[in-house]
Design a protein around this ligand. Structure first.
Ligand SMILES: Cc1cc2nc3c(=O)[nH]c(=O)nc-3n(C[C@H](O)[C@H](O)[C@H](O)COP(=O)(O)O)c2cc1C
Length: 174
């Protein structure tokens, strides 16, 4: 089981479209996966689920438990202001430390409207996950100009599709 984390809470995000494409690729290989989409975070997450309120928010608690029980993750990382979305960091800050990520494995997929393909965002996130003692797969597809390469929820750039398939190959062996 692989846990796919859609790294923004923006409704109808492009990130979620890429998550769904990735999940179909996994299904084709008979690999099961589950999706955690930050759009499902409770509205009062910041005021009722963090720090001294940890464990008290009934909507966030199942997400926190799911993250704790998982052992392989793929994080889908949109580029926001040259890094990853603040909500993703806040989500990570709300998870149980150090048990959530320690000794586990993840892969990252970056996407952006601009030319960077979230490369710096994934680098920033890699530092954080390594701090949390999680291993990060070296292959980090950078899906730049993403809007030009999606049509009706399908990836229409064969290079991007092959980068995702190659990452899946590596992640299975990781
Ligand atoms: C708050 C915000 C900041 C953004 N900053 C950048 C950026 O720094 N560089 C960039 O290429 N795209 C930027 N974008 C565009 C996103 O990368 C783009 O919308 C992409 O489709 C993924 O985001 P989404 O999943 O929210 O759709 C930004 C979008 C938002 C909402």
């Amino acid at each position: 089981m692989i846990t796919l984390v859609s790294g923004t809470n923006r409704p109808a995000s492009v990130t979620r479209q890429v998550v769904d494409i990735y999940q179909s690729m996994l299904e084709q290989r008979n690999i099961s996966s589950e999706i955690i989409d930050l759009v499902d975070l409770p509205e009062d997450f910041i005021s009722t689920a963090l720090y001294d309120n940890s464990g008290k928010n009934a909507t966030f608690q199942p997400m926190q438990d799911q993250m704790l029980e998982a052992d392989k993750y793929v994080f889908f990382v949109p580029e926001y202001n040259g890094s990853f979305p603040g909500i993703l960091k806040t989500f990570i800050d709300g998870l149980s430390y150090p048990d959530t990520f320690k000794g586990k494995k993840c892969a990252l997929v970056g996407l952006s409207s601009g030319v960077q393909g979230s490369v710096l965002a994934m680098s920033h996130l890699t530092d954080i996950f390594n701090y949390a003692k999680m291993h990060v797969l070296a292959e980090k597809p950078k899906l730049l100009h993403i809007e030009n390469h999606l049509k009706n929820g399908k990836m229409v750039n064969p290079l991007f599709s092959s980068l995702l398939e190659e990452q899946i190959d590596s992640f299975i062996r990781f």
